[in-house]
Design a binder for this molecule. Structure first.
Ligand code: GUN
Ligand code: ZN
Length: 441
């Protein structure tokens, strides 16, 4: 047995994680231990197994967090969310471009004020951790101050996060635009200060082709070449009017994907938010480039953008990596459980269906793969960082009542996704430490 004499912490509960995709590997993809122990040293997983086997070998001083009977999964990962949109959620707008101009670009201007940004970041992290989300890839506003506030808050909480200031140099109010040079310089300075510091990572963030000139997309691509281990996050093919506008602004490009291809922003580090209105040729190029399609179900429904086609993306001949994300504030819930609930329904509308194991995989290991961090997070295999969420499928009277008829783990998981939200999150662990704010009771 593995030597666990240097363990300092252990989490006990019903442990669930994945080692493959359940859609492809069925039960072989799943690891489940009914009375399991996660044994940690310095926040990393040293060993995982039956409590009866591991507990006798724990050193005397180790702290045991006992959640017997509760499900424990890797912390949820949200690969597309906007820091400065917490007060944009639930704005009654027409579709994307009207929503951006009428509400979003007004709120984002406030993030030039460091005090406003700090207050927003504190709220944002409280909300993420309350919902069991331990990693996110975030867009900040155009202002460096917003990214500084984000990273300072993340460092304080020791969370593994990626974020970037958005680059946008046209079709937005003056107070929200940078220039190709200042966008490059500010992003570069932020990368120097934050990328790889503790658990913080930088995501280069050209907002989308409409709000960036060709010169700015070139500047973003230069950053990506100079910092190839930074993520790139952007938006694409979310809304039909947006697609038509982007094509009009880049007439030499045959389709929207070709714009990002032309400027060297379409590769294995690229998180392509929305990716709804794509042709077969574009999907093939996602697979060839190993770019990631990020499905944002609550946002796509709220803004009437369209239905993400999971099956077409996962065509066995050329499967594309998929992330699933909240997209707050176009999205309407911070909860990844509720996000998967709406993902399920979007697929139902198209005659597609993911089972509850696939849905849980998507928001843990699946999203870790999407953002290229599956060697660090999204799993309970030894060596991973221990970010975890403790779930209670009886958290509300309606859930407890429904659970009376449940006999299998997949049924319980489906109830959590369909009926659960932050109330079902009993605790959130970050590097092995309990960090859920605003607990009930
Ligand atoms: N496209 C460009 N910016 C945004 C944004 O902030 N939210 C969404 N949903 N789409 C966008
Ligand atoms: Zn977005």
């Amino acid at each position: 047995m593995k030597d666990i004499s240097r363990a300092d912490t252990a989490l006990r509960g019903r442990l669930l994680w994945f080692v493959e995709r359940p859609e492809e590997h069925g039960a072989g993809a799943v690891r489940y231990i009914e009375d399991g122990l996660l044994v940690l040293a310095g926040g990393r997983i040293l060993a995982v197994g039956e409590t009866s086997a591991l507990r006798p070998a724990l050193p005397a001083g180790a702290v045991i967090h006992d959640h017997s009977g509760r499900l424990i999964t890797p912390g949820f990962i949200d690969p597309h969310i906007h820091l400065p949109q917490t007060q944009v959620v639930a704005s009654w707008a027409a579709q994307l471009l009207d929503w951006l101009n009428t509400y979003t670009f007004v709120e984002e201007q406030k993030y030039g004020d460091p005090a406003h940004a700090a207050r927003g970041a504190a709220f944002f992290f409280d909300e993420l951790l309350s919902n069991g989300t331990t990693t996110a890839v975030a867009f900040c506003s155009v202002h460096s101050a917003s990214a500084e506030a984000f990273f300072a808050e993340s460092e304080r909480r020791n969370t593994r996060m990626a974020a970037g200031k958005v680059m946008m140099d046209r079709y937005a109010p003056d107070a929200l635009t940078d220039t190709p040079q200042s966008g490059y310089d500010d992003s570069k300075a932020l990368i120097g200060r934050w990328h790889g510091r503790g658990r913080q990572l930088y995501a280069i963030a050209p907002r989308f082709a409409i709000t960036s000139t060709p010169e700015q997309l070139e500047a973003a691509a230069a950053l990506s070449r100079e910092h190839p281990d930074c993520l790139v996050e952007t938006h694409i093919s979310e809304n039909l009017e947006e697609v038509a506008t982007a094509k009009r602004l880049y007439p030499e490009c045959a389709d929207y994907t070709a714009i990002y291809e032309k400027y060297g922003l379409f590769g294995r580090k690229s998180l392509m938010g929305h990716s709804i209105h794509l042709s077969e040729s574009e999907r093939q190029r996602y697979a060839d480039a190993d770019a990631v399609a990020v499905f944002c179900p609550t946002s796509n429904l709220f803004l009437g953008s369209g239905l993400f086609d999971w099956k077409a993306m996962r065509e066995p001949r050329r499967p594309v990596r998929i992330g699933v994300a909240t997209d707050i504030g176009g999205g309407t819930s911070y909860s990844m459980l509720q996000t998967m609930n709406e993902a399920y329904k979007v697929l139902q509308l198209q005659g597609q269906r993911l089972d509850s194991l696939a849905l849980f995989h998507a928001m843990t290991r699946g999203n870790a793969i999407a953002i290229g961090l599956d060697h660090l997070i999204g799993s309970f295999e030894p060596g991973h960082e221990c970010d975890a969420v403790v779930l209670d499928a009886r958290a509300t009277p309606a859930m407890a009542h429904r659970m009376e008829t449940v006999t299998t783990l997949p049924e319980e998981l489906f109830i959590l996704i369909t009926m659960g939200d932050d109330r079902a999150v009993e605790e959130t662990y970050v590097m092995g430490e309990p960090k859920k704010p605003r607990k009930r009771g």
